[in-house]
Design a protein. Sequence first.
Length: 270
Amino acid sequence: MSRQLRRELPGRRIVSVAVEWPRTLGGMAPAEFVARVTGQTVRAIGRRGKHLIVELESGDTLVMHRRMSGNLIFMSAQERDPWARVAFGLDDGRTLVFSDPRKFGRVLLVTHDALGDLFADLGPEPLEDDFTPAELGARLRGSRRAIKAALLDQTVVVGLGNIYADEALFRAGVNPLRPAASLSREEIARLRDAIRATLLLGIENGGTTFGRHRDVYDEAGTNLEYLSVYRRTGKPCHVCGQPVERVTIAQRSAHYCPHCQPLAGAQSAQ
DNA sequence: CTATAAACCTGCTGGC
DNA sequence: TGCCAGCAGGTTTATA
């Protein structure tokens, strides 16, 4: 998403803005949002965890989060989307639509100073060099909550959601219910590698689409067919054949293979 | 600190 | 076919 927009938006001017669902702005009055964004040229595109960053020439920054159902899609001016919440008319005639059926997504406009506060508590980027086993271990130390809950916590590491947390734990052979601080040094190293491999596979496949998630060109991702446990409850594990199980952790569903991710006993082969 | 529930919302699926 | 329960990619806030 940020990669696609980085090819498309820098240098483009936003010639019109339409706010269809004001709460998407997170509290800013639509009139102020429209006034501060209309006429602005996009300076650069960035990303921090699940947040998309759009820097404007004025110094203001748009920060977008898709939450559960948000999409950002290029549409022609005459197309209309029943789930459009904020629409940006561009100087090439296209419209970039923040489309979000469930209305949980956010499109915030913040000053450069406020950006720091917004991201102050976020953990490391899992694909950057500083996401080392030691770093992950330090952030799990002393925590007795389930490792699955810790991986969903964006102050531990950013970017993992319910799908990729389950998939990373499967890849690492770690049961999602294990207390975070109980992981051995080797398990933490395996988990770090598994998180990276899981995310890289997802990116390579254009993301996981099982509903209406799409990229900016309205294309579905193909990662669904590569998932090992997520949404495979009762189906045989691709590795050992045991049925995948589902439990609830931190109010979210967690999927795992009881044989490949044992909770107790021979959980480490060494 | 940790856990849990609820809130924010609409749409889809499966069972009866 | 129709209705209803349950679930869904996330995060914040309140409560215990």
